[in-house]
Design a protein around this ligand. Structure first.
Ligand code: NOJ
Length: 752
């Protein structure tokens, strides 16, 4: 009886999800305005809408705008620009398009606004460490307000690539290794950028990129291919894209890489069958920079014309900067009516997006010089950046409660060249961020600890050691500078670069208490440092408010509660090492005498696991239980108590495991989390609502829900599990969405 009820309920759930997907169905035709326009356009004008030109370079915006470009706009041979910005500059270009071109079609202006436009927020990997979607959402909202005031309509963000190999430098741009966390963060950023609707002038269109599996690059080498199974693609790499599409992301960007020999820009199965047909996504798909022409380098096109045709057939609407569409498509379209239909479709999508952004009615509204200056780096924006930075910091180790700093440590040595490197705090994508805007650590520390004597030293070992000897406590800033992660910044050795490990060893040899402040955009292999240093704070690259945020955490004004969104390996040779591994026939055993899945020369655990992060207070978990609800869902709840003396925040993490299924399932997978605040002595009950579709398995084209037991684990990290429970899925069924992209509602209630 119960089983039948459960089956009926899970079917009801499936129907609800189907309804959601149907809402997102792509309209085949545009509005009467768009269709009328399309009917009047020449082939060249249609192609023009698909052409995106660089109006400048990333570090020299607008620098490529010249008479040739102005002529191109007048002739209707360009539909969008990237790397142009500024109310004045964009207004002038828009004026040419709207007043001087035959059909008066407005231009779109896009740019890489990744973690802030003028007010630079923490790098995306850091914001994911907040485990608080409100953080990246707010950052995206602030970025949209500033960027739109500078005339922009479109950002090439969020990057939602799952990255499990920290050798890949672009790991800094995403939300880490987990598809569930990645999906939550992806949706949050889309909401932030696009606000309540793209027709509002303080919004910009979001781009989910890089579609897809760019982060699975072989060996962690940027631009290398991904040789992954269809199941990994569907279950691990695609869910954040699905979440972004479901949230209404206006655009997607194809990835530079190939999967199993099929470059993304020629991947019809991915761009059309999955994105358009299965997901019914109606937005506009842009190529990555020059990637259409690069189809020749991949060895799948002989000429630029072949490359353009392949890309258009595969579903690439806009050609970013390669010129292949502009130079070669017209002749091909004239020869082939099928291509003309595809051209119409792509041009229609561009026009529809322009309409959705309100550009036909209000082409200049985002380009108002009177608004521009006042929108930038406002006190409210700075305050948001400071909060985001403080919430992104992760306390990795704190032996003996060395942190927060005791007022009785008046002589502090702040050691390491990175401590003075304000520029690095801006990260690898800094849009219009200025280094002078960064509030660095030293003055912030002086302001926070007016009675301390703070001496500084760089990376030279003798000076560092001398400073350490004179101090009561050392703050040792080590890691990577901003330019060691990001695009084309893959590294084979994840240890501290240069002499930094030697310098750290020399400072630690002085016997002084050392607090390590890590600066980095990727997990580092810092096994030796982690063994020796009593306290380690992960500070990433935190943006314009980096200094005050770090000082807040060091002094205890803020109790850290960030958690790692990606595992830290013990050695470079141990990557990728995600927590959500498949079980083995010979599971890893700590005893190397047994033949099990492990390295002989390393312990079987990561250095710091996914989800790890400490607090200045202590949390206990109790009463974890799960029960079925009448609507076919399951409610898991746990009581979390702050039994320390300070107020603090815990990230309650819910993991699941399917112990027996038709295929091996990961040993644990994140399926819910909630960051909660607790006063000393306070307890709260935290509840999560799960549905059977969240455990569906990708199986040859469908999401199969299998009956049987699901084990749940709750805890403070993927390796610090404090409670276990289980429930049963009664009947088989079919899910409609990627399992990891289905969000788990959660709630908290105080316990007396
Ligand atoms: C190449 C990068 O892969 C992509 O992320 C970026 O948006 C474009 N360049 C445009 O700058």
């Amino acid at each position: 009886m119960l089983r039948r009820l459960m089956t009926a309920l899970s079917m009801a759930f499936c129907l609800a999800v189907t309804a959601l997907a149907a809402n997102a169905q792509a309209p085949v035709r545009g509005s009467p305005r768009v269709e009328a326009l399309l009917a009047r356009m020449t082939i060249a004008e249609k192609i023009g809408q698909l052409v995106q030109m660089p109006g400048g370079r990333q570090k020299a915006l607008n620098s490529r705008i010249d008479d040739n470009e102005r002529a191109r706009i007048r002739a209707g041979r360009v539909g969008s620009y990237l790397n142009v910005a500024g109310a004045e500059a964009t207004r002038e270009l828009q004026r040419i398009a709207v007043e001087d071109s035959r059909l008066h079609i407005p231009l779109l202006f896009g740019m890489d606004v990744i973690h802030g436009y003028r007010t630079i927020f923490p790098v995306p990997l850091a914001m994911a460490a907040s485990w608080d979607p409100a953080v990246p959402e707010r950052a995206a909202r602030v970025a949209a307000t500033e960027a739109s005031a500078a005339g922009l309509h479109w950002t090439f963000s969020p990057m939602v690539d799952i990255a499990r190999d920290p050798r890949w430098g672009r790991i800094v741009e995403g939300a880490g290794e987990d598809p569930y966390l990645g999906s939550v963060m992806a949706a949050a950023q889309v909401r932030g950028y696009q606000g309540v609707g793209l027709d509002r002038t303080d919004t910009i269109m979001a781009t989910a990129k890089h579609f897809a599996a760019y982060g699975a690059a072989m060996g962690g080498r940027d631009y290398a291919g991904a040789d992954i199974s269809q199941r990994s693609l569907e279950e691990i790499y695609l869910p954040p894209f699905y979440a972004a599409a479901r949230e209404g992301a206006g655009s997607f960007m194809a990835a530079f890489n190939e999967i199993g020999g099929v470059p993304a820009h020629a991947n019809r199965a991915l761009l059309r069958d999955t994105l358009r047909t299965r997901w019914r996504w109606p937005g506009v798909l842009v190529s990555d920079w020059n990637a259409v022409a690069e189809l020749r380098n991949h060895g799948v096109a002989e000429s630029e014309g072949d490359a353009a045709e392949l890309a258009l057939r595969a579903g690439v609407d806009i050609d970013m900067s390669s010129g292949a569409y502009a130079d070669t498509l017209e002749a091909r379209v004239r020869r082939d009516p099928q291509l003309l239909a595809l051209l119409d479709e792509a041009a229609r999508r561009v026009l529809m997006i322009k309409e959705r952004l309100g550009l036909f009615d209000h082409p200049y509204e985002r380009s108002d010089p009177a608004n521009e200056a006042g929108a930038m780096l406002t006190p409210a924006n700075r305050a948001a950046a400071r909060e985001a930075a403080a919430r992104s910091i992760v306390l990795l180790k704190n032996d003996g409660g060395l942190l927060p700093l005791a007022a009785s440590a008046p002589r502090i040595a702040l050691i390491g060249a990175l401590a003075q490197d304000a520029n690095s705090q801006l990260g690898s994508w800094r849009a219009q961020g200025h280094v002078e805007d960064v509030h660095p650590l030293l003055p912030a520390l002086r302001a926070a600890m007016p009675h301390a004597e703070i001496e500084t030293a760089g990376d030279e070992i003798p000076a560092a050691v001398a400073a350490a000897r004179r101090a009561d406590l050392v703050l040792l800033v080590v890691g990577e500078d901003f330019d060691m992660t990001g695009e084309a910044r893959s590294r084979a050795d994840l240890g501290l670069p240069g002499n930094r490990q030697a310098m750290a060893d020399a400072v630690l040899d002085t016997g002084k208490p050392v607090v390590v402040l890590l600066m980095n955009g990727r997990p580092l292999a810092i096994h030796r440092l982690a063994e020796r240093a009593p306290a380690i704070l992960e500070t990433w690259f935190l943006g314009v408010e980096a200094g005050p945020a770090i000082a807040d955490v060091l002094t205890g004004r803020v109790n850290p509660a960030g958690r790692l969104p990606v595992s830290f390996p013990r050695a470079s040779g141990a990557v990728p090492f995600p927590y959500a591994r498949l079980p083995s026939g010979r599971p890893a055993d700590a005893d190397p005498a047994h033949d099990t899945t492990r390295y002989r020369d390393l312990p079987i655990t990561p250095l710091f696991p996914f989800g790890h992060g400490l607090s200045y207070t202590n949390f206990t978990f109790s009463d974890f239980a799960v029960r079925p609800l009448p609507n076919g869902t399951f409610r898991a709840s746990v009581i979390v108590c702050n039994d320390g003396a300070r107020a603090g925040e815990e990230v309650v993490q819910l993991y699941a495991h399917d112990p027996v299924a038709s295929v091996s399932r990961p040993i644990e997978e994140l399926r819910g989390f909630r960051r909660i605040a607790l006063a000393p002595g306070e307890a709260k009950r935290v509840s999560f609502t799960l549905s059977p579709a969240q455990f569906a398995i990708w199986d040859a084209g469908r999401w199969r829900i299998e009956p049987g037991e699901i084990q749940l684990m709750v805890g403070a990290s993927s390796a610090d599990l404090r409670g276990r429970a289980a429930f049963r899925i009664a009947g088989a069924g079919e899910g409609r969405e990627p399992a990891a992209a289905i969000f788990t509602p959660s709630s908290e209630e105080p316990i007396r």
